[in-house]
Design a protein around this ligand. Structure first.
Ligand SMILES: Nc1ncnc2c1ncn2[C@@H]1O[C@H](COP(=O)(O)OP(=O)(O)OP(=O)(O)O)[C@@H](O)[C@H]1O
Length: 533
């Protein structure tokens, strides 16, 4: 879902390609931060209330965390500030200015910039072009030269603390660099208020520390930084205050972090619900056969990723194997080749003893292969289709459920309820769910009793504490029921909790393998150095 509105002529066109200021002036155009004051902000989608009378003040010069479960209203709140959603009632002020609401241009003029949960820069733009999006400053006739645009881009990127070639295509960048460009773009206009919606969801730990340093530096410079986060340790690592939303209501107003205990914050997020421990993962039977094998697998590179290069691995019945690695080191290319959406360049893939190297996706699914894909909004669901249609769409793999719409809808409802998806009716489009709930609909469809091989790419990305726990428990449960499970994740702690073994990918190859008990430093070093078996 692209939420950004492209208000300018496209960069690269004669009129749009010119920046109306020098490379240096963008950095110099610093505006003092402003407080954001919300009073009784209420947002409705039809008869559903997504934000309910939110009243809060976010002073400048601080990093403010907003937390809450999936569907609590965090993204909606961020989008209100950015002018993408118009409140039904209430007021938002940026400094002294009262926003009319629902007007991106107005929010931007008042110095509010939003970095979206799902990146919004066009994949086929170069970095330099992407940085010109929304640059509405006056420009001379004929525009500036490419060299000048590149100079400006370099300055903006440097200010955002990243190095990337202005000529690089957005779609080819590693995901953390894409995010850095998004932030550079947001900072280009010298905002007073920077809002980031779940910026850590895509980042490996070192990049996360870099992001936090940058946000702290922006706040120290006077900016009001509002950041949506899920993990408590991240909140305590970066924020000055934390506020919590639950079911659209502000249940904890922005509170200095020094006055908050993690348990209090967790309670504000989940309310009365309890979170059980993830059951311990049992060892696979000694004679358990391999149900997923890849032998010398090579496949072409995929978006944001390196090509998988002669990867060999085996996962046995009941075994959970993690693939660790900085994103972009071939994990995606490997998964796409196993699933069958990318043809093999070399090697083979077997499922339950049968060579499926040339088989279409549908046949592999028919053998019990289930997948939680990398990009849920593109690969996992059709956002414009109803929940029950999405649920039914992938069921043609031979699981025997007849094409009876009523039965499919009932089946969908049961699965969504089991996963505690916050939805109103199975006929609503998937695009009307919150990001975390979209992920849960995919889990509800893919983690079922008939799985023989489950591939889970970043399965807890964007999920709240309770849902992330449910996913980890479901992975352990799937293995206990006899599935072979492959987990790709940037979250090493999560992997260490559920996996029997962890392989590290670097430059498209598996460069190291580790057994329990895992050593964080050794795995981390292998991820960065590309060696360490
Ligand atoms: N355009 C829309 N139409 C209908 N309902 C919507 C729309 N956008 C959001 N909602 C609903 O509003 C509620 C809040 O959604 P929001 O995306 O703000 O949650 P969130 O706290 O950001 O969740 P997550 O952590 O999963 O991203 C959800 O129940 C969602 O289904």
């Amino acid at each position: 879902m692209r939420a950004l509105r492209h208000e300018n002529t496209p960069p690269g066109s004669a009129a749009g390609s010119a920046a109306g200021r020098s490379a240096g002036s963008a950095a110099a155009r610093h505006r003092p931060g402003a407080a954001v004051t919300c009073r009784d902000v209420t947002v409705r989608f039809g008869d559903f209330t997504a934000l309910d009378g939110v009243t809060a003040t976010f002073p400048p010069g601080r990093v403010h965390a907003i937390v809450g479960q999936n569907g609590a209203g965090k993204t909606t709140f961020a989008r209100v500030l950015a002018g993408l959603v118009e409140p039904a009632a209430g007021t938002v002020r940026v400094g002294e200015h009262r926003l009319a609401g629902g007007d991106v241009g107005e929010s931007r003029r008042q110095g509010v910039e939003l970095v979206h949960q799902h990146f919004a820069l066009p994949a086929d733009f170069t970095v330099a072009q992407a940085l010109e999006l929304f640059n509405d400053e006056p420009r001379p006739l004929g525009g500036f030269s490419k060299a000048r645009l590149h100079r400006r881009a370099r300055t903006l990127l440097e200010n955002a603390g990243t190095e990337v070639e202005p000529d690089a295509l957005i779609g080819r960048l590693p995901i953390e660099t894409t995010q850095a460009v998004e932030i550079a773009r947001a900072l280009a206009s010298g905002p007073r208020v920077l809002v980031l919606d779940e910026p850590t969801a895509v980042l490996p730990p070192p990049a996360m520390r870099g992001l936090f340093d940058r946000l702290r530096a922006l706040a120290a410079d006077g900016m009001c930084v509002i950041v949506v986060l899920h993990k408590l340790d991240e909140v305590f690592a970066v924020a000055d205050t934390a506020a919590a939303l639950r079911a659209g209501r502000l249940v904890l107003e922005p509170t200095p972090i020094g006055e908050l205990e993690p348990a209090v914050l967790a309670r504000a997020i989940i309310g009365d619900a309890s979170i059980e421990e993830v059951p311990a993962v049992a060892d696979p039977a000694p004679d358990a056969p391999a149900v997923l094998s890849a032998s010398g697998l090579s496949a072409r590179s995929s978006a944001h990723d390196a090509a998988a290069d002669e990867v060999s691995l085996e996962i046995r019945r009941g075994e959970i194997v993690g693939i660790a690695g900085v994103e972009g080191n071939g994990q995606r290319s490997l998964v796409e080749a196993i699933v069958g959406v990318t043809p093999l360049r070399g090697g083979s893939v077997s499922l339950a003893g049968a060579d499926v190297s040339g088989d279409p996706v549908r046949h592999r699914r028919g053998r019990g292969l289930r997948v939680i894909p990398f990009e849920r909004n593109v690969e996992g669901v059709s956002l414009s289709s109803a929940l029950w249609e999405n649920h039914a769409a992938m069921r043609s793999g031979g699981d025997g459920l007849l094409l009876n719409p009523r039965a499919l809808r009932e089946h969908c409802r049961q699965a969504l309820d089991r996963w505690r998806v916050a939805y109103r009716t199975e006929t609503q489009p998937a695009g009307s769910l919150s990001g975390g709930n979209v992920q849960k609909t995919i889990l509800a469809r893919e983690i079922t009793g008939d799985v023989t091989v489950l591939i889970a790419a970043y399965p807890t990305r964007g999920l709240d504490i309770a849902a992330a726990r449910d996913v980890r428990a479901a992975l352990v449960d799937a293995a206990a029921s006899g599935a072979a499970v492959l987990v790709v994740s940037a979250d090493l702690e999560e992997m260490f909790e559920v996996c029997h073994r962890v392989l590290v990918m670097f430059g498209g190859r598996v460069v190291a393998g580790f057994d329990r008990p895992f050593d964080l430093d050794r795995v981390g070093e292998a991820m960065v150095r590309g060696e360490g078996r």
